[in-house]
Structure formats: structure tokens, C-alpha cells
Design a protein around this ligand. Structure first.
Ligand code: SAM
Ligand code: SF4
Length: 342
């Protein structure tokens, strides 16, 4: 039973931040192996540890009841989860304009390899925007970076999303010596198609087969380089996340930058992340955790879920402490981004 928006008790953390955004990971599995994200021989979770779609739905309702208005489905790769469209469709019924109220936005982050077969269904379920991760338009670089030869499928998926009327935002991790020289072309390509593009600094999350220090590219440097050819006009656009936007005068498109390393954005953090096993991490870069699966599977799921959310508010840290300056240093957290949900 969903409580009307006016009666909901909002989630507010110890730093008076109102939490309205849930990133829900529906699987830790993926059909790519991006080198900065996971090792080639990534160990995935046994399936029995992962919440069922019904459990993920129930959990989501608990969050909506506590004032969460935006849910992003993520992973791992969310579209490799069997029947994922059923969950998206069920959640879509809670979008504000569909009668039950509660959700203002339901969205998805995907690598787009399987998007061509799902774009229409996502649009029908009420999804209006998708974030698509694409780090290069060069097939050779793509195959090396993701360890899979999948660029044609990804481009097909992007085209299908556009055709289905989904608003596309491209997310690109900026990597020194990998896609650094290609970034202006990617921005021009995205803007030419009417897509916003957001650049992201690589974060030290989970062990991978390389040292991320070798590829870390501060976005302050990228900005400097872009400004030699383009005029970046600061924009007040807010997509509800940590990106800060500029409009590129020459292309007319929007360019976002997510700078967890060079410019910490935690003061305005409005989100929580739940893994596919129901572990709630109030901070991407922190180890604090609450076990929602235990609450959900207990004798009194509603009361225990409520208590778990209250606890999450007390343990959400003020900020993360990422550092990517020392070769050979351990990652800030042993969890990969594919586990916590990107
Ligand atoms: N598989 C989907 C995808 O790639 O869009 C969703 C999950 S993925 C973990 C979400 C985002 O996290 C992607 O944009 C990816 O590039 C980014 N990402 C993964 N590992 C990262 C890292 N260590 N630092 C920065 N971004 C990372
Ligand atoms: Fe998979 Fe996304 Fe990680 Fe790439 S970034 S390996 S697509 S989860």
C-alpha cells in the first residue's frame, strides 16, 4: 500500500540531506569486462544470494513510501537480468501520472549491448531517459577496453533508444592514454545526435588487472584542453545527480562533468545505493552498510525495513575520501562499482 506523497515521512540523514534518489542494482553480472571496472576473471555472486524480482519490487516500494521519488535501475548490466522488464513495468505503475503516485522518475543505466531488444518495452513502462555508458567510438579501442567486440550492438542499442523516444545521455569515463584524444570527437558525435554527454573521473573501487593511477585523467585538464577550441558556457541544468553542466557554444549541446576526485560533490548527495543482494550502501565510497535482505526476509519485514532505513540515515557519511595518486595503493573500497551499482 503506497502512502500518498503528502503523508510520507522523508528520509533525512545526519547532515540534513534529504534522500530522494535510489540506485538499485538488479545484478552484479555483466556481458562486458571494462578494464577500469572489473578484472577479466571477475567472480560474480552465486545466483541464490541475489534478490528475486519480487523482493526488489517490495524493497523499492519501501523506499517510495519513505519519499524516494527517483529510482535508477543499474548493475552490473541491468539488461542481462532475465525478465528485468517485468520489474521496470511494475515500478512504472508508480510513476506519478499513472494513478498510484510516488515516483517522479524511473530510469536506467546500461551499456546498451542489449538495448535494441528492450528500448520499446522500457518506453512503454514509463522510462523517459536512459544513461548509456560509452567510452569510445573506435571499435578496436572498444574491444580492448571492454574486452568484448560489441560496439556495433551498442550503437544499435543507442539508435533503438532514440527511435523509441527515450532521451539518451552518454556517460564516458575519461581515461589517460585510452580515450583522452578522442573526447572532443565523442562530444561532437553525441551533440550531433542530440545527446548530452557526461565525462566521469575514474574511481578507485575494487581491484582490477591494471593500476588505475596510470589512466586517471583529471577533468580539470580535459576542460582546459577543450577550452582551447570551444567555449564552455556554465549551465544551471540539473539532472538530479552529481554532474555539473556547461553548454558547448559551438555544438549547442550539453557537457556534464562528474569529478569525484578533483572536486568532491558530496555536500548535495541525495542518494542511496542498494546492491542486488539487498545491501544498502549509503555512500559509494564508504564501507557503511545495512542489510535490507535480512529485514525483508524477517518475520516482520515492514518494521525491520523501516528500522534499517532509519539506521541508514544515521550512518550515511558526510563524504567519500577517494585518492588515486599513489601507484600500488589499495582501492578506496574492495567493492567494484558493478557490485554497488553505478
Ligand atoms: N553496466 C552498466 C553500464 O556500464 O552503464 C551499468 C553499471 S556501470 C557500473 C555504471 C557506470 O559506472 C558506467 O558508466 C561505468 O563506466 C561506470 N564505472 C564503472 N567502474 C567505474 C570506476 N571504477 N570509476 C568510474 N566509473 C566507473
Ligand atoms: Fe559492465 Fe558497466 Fe562495468 Fe563495463 S562499466 S564492465 S558495462 S558493469
Amino acid at each position: 500500500m503506497i502512502v500518498p506523497a503528502t503523508k510520507r515521512r522523508p528520509l533525512v540523514d545526519g547532515f540534513q540531506r534529504r534522500i530522494s534518489y535510489l540506485r538499485l542494482s538488479v545484478t552484479d553480472r555483466c556481458d562486458l569486462r571494462c578494464t577500469y571496472c572489473m578484472p577479466e576473471r571477475m567472480q560474480f555472486l552465486p545466483r541464490k544470494e541475489v534478490l528475486s524480482l519480487e523482493e526488489l519490487y517490495k524493497l523499492s516500494l519501501g523506499f517510495i513510501d519513505r519519499g524516494v521519488t527517483k529510482i535508477r535501475i543499474t548493475g552490473g548490466e541491468p539488461l542481462v537480468r532475465r525478465d528485468i522488464i517485468d520489474l521496470v513495468t511494475a515500478l512504472g505503475r508508480h510513476l506519478g501520472d499513472k494513478g498510484h503516485g510516488g515516483l517522479e522518475e524511473l530510469t536506467l543505466t546500461t551499456n546498451a549491448t542489449q538495448l535494441s531488444g528492450h528500448a520499446d518495452a522500457l518506453a512503454r513502462a514509463g522510462v523517459r531517459r536512459v544513461n548509456i555508458s560509452l567510452d569510445t567510438l573506435d571499435p578496436v579501442c572498444f574491444a580492448k577496453l571492454s574486452r568484448r567486440d560489441a560496439l556495433p550492438k551498442v550503437l544499435e542499442g543507442i539508435a533503438a533508444a532514440k527511435d523509441a523516444g527515450l532521451k539518451v545521455k552518454i556517460n564516458t569515463v575519461a581515461l589517460k592514454g585510452v580515450n583522452q584524444d578522442e573526447l572532443p570527437d565523442m562530444i561532437s558525435w553525441a551533440h550531433g545526435h542530440g545527446f548530452d554527454l557526461t565525462l566521469i573521473e575514474v574511481m578507485p573501487l575494487g581491484d582490477v588487472d591494471e593500476d588505475r593511477v596510470d589512466h586517471f585523467l583529471p577533468l580539470s585538464k580535459v576542460r582546459e584542453a577543450l577550452q582551447k577550441h570551444w567555449t564552455l558556457i556554465p549551465s544551471s541544468h540539473d539532472s538530479g545527480g552529481p554532474a555539473r553542466y556547461d553548454t558547448v557554444e559551438q555544438t549547442g549541446g550539453r557537457l556534464g562533468m562528474i569529478t569525484p576526485l578533483t572536486n568532491n560533490f558530496c555536500a548535495g548527495c541525495n542518494r542511496l545505493r542498494v546492491t542486488a543482494t539487498g545491501q544498502l550502501y549509503p555512500c559509494l565510497g564508504g564501507g557503511e552498510r545495512v542489510d535490507l535482505r535480512a529485514a525483508l526476509r524477517s518475520e516482520q519485514p515492514e518494521a525491520n525495513l523501516e528500522a534499517a532505513l532509519v539506521e541508514a540515515m544515521t550512518i550515511k557519511p558526510e563524504k567519500h575520501h577517494f585518492d588515486i595518486s599513489t601507484r600500488g595503493a589499495s582501492p578506496a573500497q574492495p567493492r567494484h562499482m558493478s557490485m554497488t551499482g553505478g
